[in-house]
Structure formats: C-alpha cells, structure tokens
Design a protein around this ligand. Structure first.
Ligand code: ATP
Length: 282
C-alpha cells in the first residue's frame, strides 16, 4: 500500500467553476484528510460530477486552486481512483471482469501485452477485496448491475489510490447491494486510509459513514457534518426558499426544494435503518 502523503489528500482553495455566465460553485474551500468520507449532494445539474472532473484533471477550475497531495491534478494519476457513473455494459463487450480491473493499472498504455506476475497479483487482490473473485473471468457485459459495480470499484482501487472518487455508485442497486457497495468502500478507507468523495442523490445508505457533506445548489454550497448541513435552516438558506428536513423513521427526507419544474420536490436523502447521525435534521 502507498503510504498516504502527510497533510490533506485533496485541497480546494477559493475554487470556482463557471460555464459562461453560469456559476456552478464558487469560493469552495475544502481540505480532505486521509480516510475522510465526504458526501457530495445537490440537485441535477448542480455541478457534482464537474467537481469530480476537476479533481481528475479533466476540467480546469475557473477560479482558485486545487491540489492532490500537494500537487496539481493530472490525468491518469495513480493517487486517484475513480468509479464513474454506472452505464450498463453491452453483453457483447469483449472484456472479462479481470481485464477491466487490469485497465485500472495499465489502461493508459497502448497495445496488448503480457502482464507481470506482480500485476496479475494486484488484479486478483483487487477482485478479492470486493468479493468478485467468483466471476473474475466472466464477460463483464453478462454480470448483473451490482456485480459490475463491484468490478468498477476493484478497478478504481487497483492502483491503491489515496483518494477514491465515486459518482453515484449506488444508482440502480437494490438495498442489499447498496449496503454491500457502501460497506466495501467504507472498509477500504478504514483499512487503507483512503479518502472518499462520494457523489450521491441518496445520503441515507451512507449517512452513518459520512464525516462531512458538501451540498451544492443554485451556485452556492454548504459544507460540514451532516447534522449541521442537513437541517431545515441550512438548506432553506442555501435554496433561498423554505425547505424542510424531516427525520422519518431514521431517514432524512428533504421536502420543498425547488429543483423540479413542478415546484416542490420530495426527496429522500437517507437510508433504511438505524437512527441517522444527522440527528438535528428534523
Ligand atoms: N464543458 C461544459 N461546458 C458547458 N456546460 C457544462 C460543461 N460540463 C458540464 N456542464 C454543465 O454544468 C452543469 C453541471 O453538470 P454536472 O454533470 O456537474 O451536474 P451534476 O450535479 O453531476 O448533475 P446530476 O445529478 O444530474 O448528475 C450541467 O448543466 C452541465 O450541462
């Protein structure tokens, strides 16, 4: 395992992202520590995925500074693992799960080549860590959504990154698989001190794991522990309209956000069991 660089894994200072007149976010200050779990929330189009692209070095900031382990972000950095938004793979995709994980290690190289014993071991270890050894040689397109998601996480972790970026990794998974995927990511950060940036529309399945929430909406943002950000007062202030955050049977439910064309959105932000840590949310 890489020993994590001392100091923050990710730093944003006065960071901003705009497209023309449209400001997605601005004045964003964040220092993410090793092992920290940051959930990024917000309505469609708020700029959550664009934040991940900035961290990946694919979209330059329009203001401020972004550093990964004290360095400028770069494409293909081994320090950053990325689980992209789920797209179902064609059944005819000519790749095995094992090959997809291998691309996490050497995907930047051209051409077919034999892998070293060390690379083969790293691939096998990554698959084992997510419980995917049993289908390592199955064509990726024939795996279920939950199985494919495990393989994507194995791919993102194959280089032993200091920072794991996940874009809606729970999308279209059932409750059991949501728990399994969230648990896998949590175990990783606890055992390897990997910092996690987790973009999601559903905070509930991960609420007990989250250290801080970054909530982006309408060009503004709030950042802090769930109990401070997921409150009626904070979200009403952010949305500049009355928003209620309810605690319903252990779930955080946000009511009244103006994200939908029809007006009020009723949007279930949290999971299924256990009293959430956002205790002040009701
Ligand atoms: N290169 C670009 N040029 C112009 N506009 C862009 C560019 N990249 C993203 N956008 C716009 O920025 C907005 C934010 O996109 P982004 O994908 O970050 O949203 P999101 O918060 O991840 O949304 P969702 O929850 O729907 O996935 C969108 O309206 C998108 O069209």
């Amino acid at each position: 395992m890489n020993s994590p660089a001392p100091g923050p894994v990710l730093s944003l200072h006065g960071a901003g992202m705009s497209f023309g007149e449209r400001v997605l976010w601005s004045g964003l200050d964040l220092e993410l520590q090793p092992g920290e779990f940051l959930a990024v929330l917000g309505p469609n189009g708020a700029g959550k995925s664009t934040l991940l692209k900035a961290v990946l070095g694919q979209q330059p900031l329009t203001a401020g500074r972004l550093l990964i382990g004290g360095r400028d972000p770069g494409r293909g950095s081994d320090r950053v693992g990325y689980v992209p938004q789920q797209k179902s793979m064609d059944a005819a995709t000519p790749l095995r799960a094992r090959d997809l994980v291998g691309l996490g290690i050497d995907g930047h190289r051209w051409g077919v080549r034999r892998r070293s014993a060390d690379e083969r071991r790293r691939i096998a270890d990554a698959l084992e860590a997510v419980g995917a050894t049993g289908y390592a040689d199955a064509p990726i397109g024939l795996l279920s959504g939950g199985e494919q998601q495990r393989v994507r996480i194995a791919q993102a972790l194959a280089t032993d990154p200091d920072l794991l970026l996940c874009d809606e990794p729970l999308l279209s998974l059932d409750l059991r698989h949501q728990r399994a995927v969230a648990g896998m990511i949590d175990r990783r950060r606890r055992e390897h001190d990997t910092a996690v940036v987790f973009v999601t529309h559903e905070i509930n399945p991960v609420l007990d794991l989250v250290d801080r929430v970054l909530y982006i909406a309408g060009g503004g943002h709030r950042i802090g522990p769930p109990s401070e950000v997921l409150t009626s007062a904070t979200l009403s202030d952010l949305y500049r309209t009355p928003v209620d955050v309810l605690n319903v049977r252990g779930r955080v439910v946000v009511v009244g956000t103006p994200d939908e064309p029809g007006g009020c959105q009723h949007h279930d932000l949290t999971p299924e069991t256990a009293a959430p840590r956002a205790g002040g949310a009701a």
